[in-house]
Each structure stands twice: as C-alpha cells, then as structure tokens.
Design a protein around this ligand. Structure first.
Ligand code: ZN
Length: 336
C-alpha cells in the first residue's frame, strides 16, 4: 500500500515535470533560432546573388526574378501573403518614379505571420531586394552582401517564426516580412510602403532593418564578432534595452554604436530603408556590417560572405524580433 502511494505520488510528480518541460521547450526561442543555419543561408544566397538575377536593378527582368524567388520561398514555407497585397506583391506604379531617368514599375514583396493575441500590433522586418544591375561591360553586380545578406536573413528568420507557429507557439504580435524594392535608386520602396502602409504606422511597434550583414569591416578583422547598430535608442531607449538584453542572453556579439555619433559624416541613419519608418516616429534598428572594398563593386560575391557570422547576426535579429513580438507591453517611445 505504501509503495503504491509512493508510486502514485512519484508518477504524479513525474507527469507534472514532464508537462512543464514540454511547455518550456516549446516556448524557448533558442529552438527556433537554431533553425537559422549558415548552410541554408549559403544555399539561398548563392541563388539570390547569382549572375542569373542580373544585379536586380529596379524594374528589370532580374529584379522581377528576385521578387519571384522571395515569393516562392514564402509559398513553399506556408507563410501567408500580407493582407492587402496582390499575392505578396505591393505594386509600385511607374508614375511614382516621376522625374527619374527611365522610370519602371516595380514591387515590394511582403509576407505575414499573424499575432495570436495582438494581431493589430506589428513588428516590421525589412531588407531591400534590389541592387544596381550590370556595368557597361556586362559584368553583374551580384550584391551578395548588399543586400543579399539581409534578404536571406529575413527569409531564414521567417522560417524560424513559422516553425514556432507550426508548434502551436505563434507570436503575440504580428510580424511583417517586408522586402522593399528600389532602395538603391533612393529608398523608394520603403517610402512607398510608409505612405501606403498595410497596418497603420501608429500600430507599427518597430522596424528592424537589415542592409549588409555578411562581411567584416577591415577595421574589425581582429574582432569579427560584431555588428553595428544604428539608431537603436534614438526613438525608444526600451528598444535598445531589449536588443542589448537579447544579445547578452543569446548571441554575445560586440554591439558597436559608433555610427550613432551625431558627428559621423557617413550619416548612415538617413541612408537605408529604416529611415522612412523613423521619420514617421517608428522606433528602428539598422543592422550593418560597415563598408568594405567590394561595396557597390562587381566583386560583392557570395563566396566572400562569412556565413557563420551571418547566421549569428541573423539570430540576434530573430531574438530581438521574438522579444518585441512577445513581451507583455509594446515598447514605448522616448517622448510620447
Ligand atoms: Zn544596400
């Protein structure tokens, strides 16, 4: 009898602890972060930055192929088109480029994972899908780092979130995977999105923008485990605090804020797509590896990408997005 009771009690304890364990495992974002791998990033980038894409110049056949590649990926992964798009595409008419030489219609590509508790609040992850085309001699600007690296990072991050959805663990808030076009010719795709947002910008909690995260700045060769973060506390100190906490916990990269110096002549804060969100008071982080000798040259090729580092930086962005999407209250702006 005594033994029987003990067995009952111990099996009760056992069943409790195993149930507890299941829940913990399911909620642990590290399991999902681990689906972001250097190998998959590499496989995707060798296609995305191949000569076949012809340098992805806005409005060209190569750029449309790039958009299709991105759309096909989301279809294959079972990640839905964002509501309000034409089967993932947000079309931008030729007239939007008035005054530009040789204006061409083009499109943003936008996928979506709906939040389970606060679907109206949205985290936007962005990277530009276009690049600068082909030179006068027909050499392709592959743009493996700029911004093939950010493009495949977002797709891998989306896949990680989708795995969580499949496990019955969707994010509380919604995530928008925004692949913007026409960045290289003047940040048009992101501007078009912020002028025609699919969710009101007041409900856009944050924009994490990735532009070039696969290489190492020559200044950093002795300490390559770094990433430059730009603008991360400009509109919301809480955003920077979340970012720092996630890095301390999971990725331990050196977070370098040198480009936040108001006297920095590069003015990177104004030079990529996050700026169109920031000017509308949406807190942003711009993730960036700095410039290098192949920047905007035909030698920005996929063989030069540091894939393990690209995976680690992508994981930092995933964890930051996960926390922003799942934390109790949305992050606050510094001045309301
Ligand atoms: Zn770029």
């Amino acid at each position: 009898m005594k033994i029987f009771i003990l067995t009952l009690v111990s099996s009760f304890i056992l069943s409790c602890s195993s149930a507890q364990k299941t829940v913990d495992t399911k909620n642990n974002p590290e399991n999902y972060a681990s689906t972001i791998t250097a190998q998959e990033l590499k496989e995707m980038l060798y296609v995305y930055a191949s000569d076949e894409m012809e340098g992805r110049m806005t409005g060209t056949k190569g750029q449309r192929m790039a958009a299709e590649y991105i759309r096909d990926f989301y279809i294959k992964e079972g990640i839905k088109a964002a509501p309000g798009t034409d089967n993932y595409y947000q079309h931008i008419p030729e007239s939007y480029f008035e005054g530009k030489k040789n204006p061409q219609a083009t499109e943003n590509v936008i996928a979506f994972i709906e939040g389970a508790e606060k679907p109206e609040e949205v985290i936007v992850l962005s990277a530009h899908l276009d690049h600068v085309g082909v030179d006068d001699n027909g050499n392709v600007f592959n743009g493996a780092d700029d911004d093939g690296s950010g493009t495949v990072a977002i797709m891998q991050i989306a896949q990680a979130f989708q795995q969580a959805v499949k496990d019955g663990n969707p994010p509380k808030r919604s995530i928008l995977f925004l692949h913007v076009t026409a960045e290289e010719i003047g940040l048009y795709g992101s501007r078009y999105y912020t002028e025609n947002p699919l969710f009101p910008l007041e409900n856009t909690v944050s924009n994490l923008n990735i532009d070039m995260i696969g290489r190492i700045d020559p200044d950093k060769v002795d300490n390559p485990e770094y990433i430059y973060l730009i603008g991360s506390n400009k509109l919301s100190q809480e955003l920077q605090d979340v970012s720092t906490a996630m890095n301390d916990k999971y990725t331990q990269l050196e977070l370098d804020y040198k480009y936040d110096d108001p006297n920095d002549r590069n003015r990177f804060y104004y030079r990529s797509d996050h700026y169109n969100f920031a000017k509308n008071n949406v807190p942003v982080i711009f993730y960036f590896n700095g410039v290098h000798e192949d920047y905007h040259k035909v030698t920005d090729t996929p063989d030069k990408i540091e894939y393990n580092l690209l995976a680690k930086r992508s994981k930092l962005i995933f964890h930051t997005a996960w926390e922003l999407a799942n934390m109790e209250n949305r992050i606050k702006n510094n001045v309301e």
